[in-house]
Design a protein around this ligand. Sequence first.
Ligand code: NAI
Length: 248
Amino acid sequence: MTETRELEGGVAIVTGGSRGIGLAVSAALAQAGAAVAIVARDAERAAGAVTGLPGDGHAAYSCDVADPVACKKTVAAVESAQGAVSILVNNAGITRDNILLRLRDDDWADVIGTNLGGAFNMIRVVARRMMKRRAGSIVNITSVVGLMGNAGQANYAASKAGLHGLTKSVAKELASRNIRCNAVAPGFITTDMTAGLADSVVEDLRERIPLARFGEPEDVAGVVRFLAGPEARYITGQILTVDGGMAM
Ligand code: NAI
């Protein structure tokens, strides 16, 4: 683990930060010195996650990112309690997998509304504040399936591909205000989201990964820390895959 505290004095919002990749990202940003705001639907779980983070000044907020009004209230609450938000990590995401002809209207709407709409809702509110301060870094957690597509995940892949377009557009629009926006596209990572995969599917997937293993949440978190921080100051509008070489 890196020993520097390059994010000291910063405030980082991590959506869906109470478990899986989001929790590892929260821990990595806290380790780097940021005060972390974990934003998640389950208030109790988010509060529990905060107690395990290194350092002080972290807090939990209950918010459904698909709700634009809730996002606005949450960001205002973060800024009044913890200070100016300098980092936003849009990590909250869901799957509602099914083959195309069996996807229901709400499978489509929920996944697009949370994964793509949630990031838009948070970026719109946070960017307004970052623009006034002429500083900020936004990292969207997408997926390699947003680049490659995936049978049985048309809704999810579309939401993640949409995030790639959002990332590049925000990067172009806000660069002149010194706000960077990048995406991290993980491959298969060991979390609750992939816990339900059958052993045969896991074995099949592993054979397609050059590094021959699923990633760990910490493999993603270190890259988010890098993109969020000063070492990445000349990087914007990029999609960095963290997938053991699967998508190359
Ligand atoms: P997870 O299911 O363990 O955690 C997702 C988090 O998002 C949870 O804390 C959940 O409460 C939160 N969340 C979901 N809907 C929300 C909403 N409407 N408002 C607020 N919070 C909400 O999933 P995991 O694996 O940690 O995934 C995190 C991100 O990484 C997701 O965007 C996912 O699509 C992405 N990803 C995951 C991969 C994997 O293999 N696990 C691969 C590629 C991308």
